[in-house]
Design a protein around this ligand. Structure first.
Ligand code: BDR
Ligand code: CA
Length: 313
């Protein structure tokens, strides 16, 4: 195991975003976290930024810059998911009122542009919220596009969770998603088809509780809340930790089965706004633009988490 990719985590924490950061910062990961950027999504961007900073405090990410990004989608009103993540965006665990760490005084898209322009084309973007910041960075400085090593994102799927057709992250800013999916940058996509397989259950909570350090206890509280809201809202018997699939893949790609295919974003449909049109049978004859993750190895996935959380002891 061990991909020493440089990553920028672009997120809206969010229970599963937080777990994704925790996995990336653990000792089983060789990822170099270049920055964490926040975007309006699960809750307002200001709250997501505070949450990202608090998670950094918990895992000891002192030197990683956190930059706040877009407060609303490119063209639409913001859509939030308080039903799932609570009023703070990270309801459940007891957290200090204020983070110790402060955000940097730079907009997320400027930080993304600067980091990529100064890089040796070795930065992977890991968006786990709406794609507004990434699209804005591409619009402001298109020269970043060929310099992006890869975009490993959570979003979309062959079915929806926010509407029958659309997944939340894509629905929240489909115009931004369209720009990113049509950019030509290499994309690996973790949609609902695979992230619903990353279902944390009561059994997961019991296992993680046995680890017994501060970080695993924090994850246990996150999961208890997330499992509860997924029962209420979707009648699921667990909470899918969607966003963490991205980082798990970067740490150990063997956990997932992927295939190359064409994915286009619907921005006009009356019932299908935000749909990712996944050409599973190659009927469009359009060039594949996505590495589509569709299968997860349960044993490898959850043992990676146990190792990651234990590494905080
Ligand atoms: C996505 O939406 C958010 O609520 C989660 O954090 C995840 O990124 C799942 O549809
Ligand atoms: Ca998210």
């Amino acid at each position: 195991m061990g991909n020493n990719a440089k990553v920028i985590l672009d997120c809206d924490p969010g229970h599963d975003d937080a777990i994704s950061i925790i996995l990336a910062a653990s000792n089983v990961s060789n990822l170099e976290i270049e920055a964490i950027t926040t975007v309006a999504g699960n809750v307002e961007v200001e709250k997501n930024t505070v949450n990202a900073l608090k998670v950094c405090d918990i895992v000891g990410l002192k030197d990683v810059p956190v930059a706040q990004g877009a407060a609303k989608p490119l063209y639409r009103q913001a859509e939030i998911a308080e039903e799932i993540h609570g009023e703070t965006g990270l309801d459940g665990p007891k957290l200090p009122d204020e983070p110790k760490k402060k955000a940097v005084d730079q907009h997320a898209f400027d930080l993304i542009i600067n980091k990529i322009m100064l890089s040796n084309d070795d930065i992977t973007l890991v968006p786990t919220g709406p794609l507004t910041n990434i699209a804005m960075a591409m619009i402001r400085e298109p020269k970043i596009i060929p310099k992006i090593k890869e975009i490993v994102l959570m979003g979309g799927g062959t079915f929806g969770n926010w509407t029958p057709a659309a997944e939340f992250n894509i629905y929240a800013d489909a115009e931004a998603a369209k720009i990113v999916f049509e950019s030509g940058a290499p994309i690996t996509m973790f949609g609902l088809d695979v992230t619903h397989q990353a279902l944390a259950t009561q059994e997961t909570v019991t296992k993680f509780a046995e680890i017994g350090n501060d970080v695993s206890d924090f994850v246990v509280e996150l999961l208890k809340y997330f499992i509860h809201t997924y029962k209420e809202f979707f009648d699921f018997d667990g909470g899918p930790i969607h966003d963490a699939c991205t980082v798990a893949y970067l740490i150990n790609p063997d956990i997932f089965d992927v295939k190359k295919l064409r994915v286009d974003i619907e921005t006009k449909g009356e019932f299908s706004y935000g749909m990712t049109c996944v050409d599973t049978h190659g009927v469009t004859n359009r060039q594949a633009n996505v590495n589509f993750a569709y299968q997860l190895d349960q044993k490898k996935f959850w043992s990676l988490f146990e190792d990651a959380l234990s590494s905080y002891s």
